[in-house]
Design a binder for this molecule. Structure first.
Ligand code: HEM
Length: 398
């Protein structure tokens, strides 16, 4: 069972339970026909396992803003908590704790700060591009190191700690792909503990010697405990490591099979921000979210019961023909791409959206300008995760 669709099992995939089929990961290569079958079932799909799913853009926009639908069950429980590095973070909390902690972290993503970060992100991007060999792995040599460097700057991780920080972050992030054996679980738990020690040391340093970074801002806030502070840092670390990397990887793979779109971007690098929106729409890095009703939730003539599992298929909403003309066509000039729900909606709307848009813009613009001949040299290797959609390896040549 993956973290995305917690509480479901994969056993029923063959018995025609389409939501379980998604979660099993067997349709990972191309899940979109499966989404269309779920969409055809009407406004709300009910799987044999009792899991419900939404595919429509309008229904999902409304559901994410509906106070009856929460992240946790009425018991306060969250399934799969022991290997879910986000379980104790505000991403996995409801009001009032969610709002209290989100408000403390939010100033780190102010538009003015984002604008100030642009020059640094450009410098990092150019440094990475300058170091590339003729043949390289897009993921390990470019798509991953860029957001890791950016979030390390934002958190104010000292140079001397950066390699270790990246190492722990990658081990913890791998939990999204499933921790298949006990060795991996132990490694994961050790990395969570190591991160805790690192964050605790940095918190103590910043208390006496504050800087401009997020950790300094968090230690000055009065309204949170040390555990909450550490969890918030871990959330920002993981969000920084595990999402934008997929935006960049998905973009390059899409452009490789849509050469006309790559030619367009090369000719007009100012299309980069629009290309980012279209990649987010067409291959959403976070394809699904999970919610639970705290009151019976009626939709499309059905009632999702209290504490039922409601899967919100963002990636299906992003190909809803009611909103997007020719939804299955990848077109970076389309006007409607920005309507996508790749960053979610409502109270939990992605806090890092402005940052990942900025990173995506700089990354795609720089690739189009400096590596116009970029193309795949072999088959990309897809991640197994159904929580995040992206690649482990993408072999390319300049
Ligand atoms: C929440 C997607 C990048 C920080 C979310 C949610 C989505 C999402 C769908 C909503 C989760 C829910 O409602 O359950 C993405 C995508 C990204 C991205 C597609 C990149 C392409 C980032 C980055 C950061 C970040 C770079 C920060 C460094 C957060 C945080 C939340 C969040 C803190 C929790 C918000 C809350 O619960 O109030 N993201 N994200 N994200 N994201 Fe992102």
């Amino acid at each position: 069972t993956s973290l995305a669709i917690r509480g479901t099992t994969s056993l029923l995939a063959d018995a025609g339970d389409l939501v379980c089929a998604i979660d099993s990961g067997r349709y990972q290569g191309n899940p979109y026909p499966l989404y269309e079958r779920i969409r055809a079932a009407g406004p709300v799909y009910r799987g044999l396992s009792g899991t419900y799913a939404l595919t429509s853009h309008a229904a999902i926009s409304a559901a994410l803003r509906d106070p009856r639908l929460r992240v946790r069950k009425t018991s306060g429980r969250l399934a799969g908590a022991s290997t879910n590095a986000l379980a104790d973070t505000f991403l996995s909390m409801d009001e009032p704790d969610h709002g209290r902690l989100r408000r403390i972290a939010a100033p780190a993503f102010r538009p003015k700060l984002m604008r100030q970060m642009r020059a640094g992100i450009e410098a990092t991007t150019h440094r990475l591009v300058d170091r590339l060999n003729d043949e390289f792995d897009l993921m390990t040599d470019f798509a991953a190191p860029l957001p890791i460097a950016v979030i390390s700057d934002l958190l104010g991780i000292p140079e001397a700690d950066r390699t270790r920080f990246a190492h722990y972050g990658q081990i913890v992030g791998r939990a999204f792909d499933g921790l298949g054996n006990r060795g991996l679980v132990r490694e994961y738990q050790a990395a969570v503990a190591d991160l805790r020690n690192l964050f605790t040391r940095l918190m103590n340093e910043r208390r006496t010697n504050p800087g401009e970074d997020v950790i300094s801002a968090l230690v000055q806030a009065e309204d949170l405990t040390a555990d909450e502070l550490i969890a918030t840092c871990r959330l920002l670390l993981l969000a920084g490591f595990e999402t934008t990397v997929n935006l960049i990887g998905n973009a390059v793979v899409l452009f490789d099979s849509h050469r006309d779109q790559w030619d367009l971007l090369k000719g007009q690098p100012n299309l980069a921000p629009r290309a980012v929106e279209e990649v987010l729409r067409f291959e959403s890095p976070v394809p699904a979210l999970l919610r639970h009703p705290h009151e019976p939730f009626e939709i499309g003539g059905r009632v999702v019961p209290v504490d039922g599992d409601l899967v919100v298929l963002l990636a299906a909403a992003n190909r809803d023909p009611e909103v997007f003309t020719e939804p299955h066509r990848f077109d970076i000039t389309r006007e409607d791409a920005v309507e996508h729900l790749a960053f979610g909606g409502g109270a939990h709307y992605c806090l890092g959206a402005p940052l990942s848009r900025l990173e995506g813009d700089v990354a795609l613009r720089t690739l189009a300008e400096q590596l116009p001949g970029l193309r795949l040299t072999g088959a990309p290797l897809r991640r197994k995760s159904t929580v995040v959609r992206g690649y482990l390896h993408v072999p390319v040549t300049k």
